[in-house]
Design a protein around this ligand. Sequence first.
Ligand code: CA
Length: 368
Amino acid sequence: MKRREFVTGITLAAGVSACSEDHADTKEPITNINEVFEWNMATSWPPHLPGLGVGADNLAKNIEKASNGRLKIKVYAGGEIVPPLEVFDAVSQGTVQMGHDSSYYHRGKLPAAPYFTTVPFGLNVNEMNAWLYFGGGLELWQKCYKPFDLVPFPVGNTGVQMLGWFNREINTIDDIVGLKIRMPGLGGEIMQRAGAIQVTMAGSEIFTSLQTGAIDAAEWVGPYNDVSLGLHKAARYYYYPGFHEPGPNIECIINQGAWDSLPLDLQQILTIACQSANLNMTSEYMWGNAVALEQLSNDPNIEIKQIPQAVFNELRLHADNAIADLTQKDETSREIEESISSFIKKSSANQNITELAYLKMRIGSLKH
Ligand code: CA
């Protein structure tokens, strides 16, 4: 509000009418139409990684074009300007104005943060967008990030991820015991509760670790990104579905001070560009995964397998316990969990007779 008063003050002092009748609903006049903003965006991704990295590149390009060059954003790959998992701090402190990463990396600072990416057995991609844009999810997210001086936006979604690449078959829950698996976040914690050994490593290290047997299994994203890392050459079994990341939302975060410094039209361009980025990246994954899956299906060295329902059910019990522990300790997580579970209940009933019923019947009809 201070900035608005300041700008209005200048306008009046200059003897210019603050706003005409036509613009009576405009919150403030644009007095600095020629001002050019040059921002840096730190990301968590390898340079130009399909989906995630390209999503950040396109977002920056679109904002510059839509603003006619008034907001220029230089994109940095993970580690170029700040370490890949420290984007949150860099944007929060104003070292860079903007970041592109995943909220679940910030679990250590904000226990509820994973809810804005994905939580095990949580929302799928369409449900996530519905909850964020219409179900109060974005407002809860903004409230959680406010103390960190961050303004968050959803900017894309990978869709349901794969459970991952395994060099061991999983037939019963006992096969999880002693399994060395690369799976970050709450998903990894759940695997650990089921007896696995959780290993943390960056995406770039997965291939070698799987190939040398340093780990037995690893999750990354899905066919589109996994093929680009060559993971299909390092393990035999490709299990689905990824209970741990059913609809991971990617975030764009903006430093509050940097956001406040923008005129309203640039704020609006940024907001719309993020919505457009969300659609673009989500569509890219839907397309890229389908194409890459076809390639994997034809590879004789790979078996694409569904995790047995009984194992899935056991993992669900561990997930429920993990969420219960989280929500007992953290009031914010409790508030978000209640909001999501209330929506999941309604949405499950709706999805069951729409998307799920249709897809099952469409696939079933091919067999006749
Ligand atoms: Ca993943």
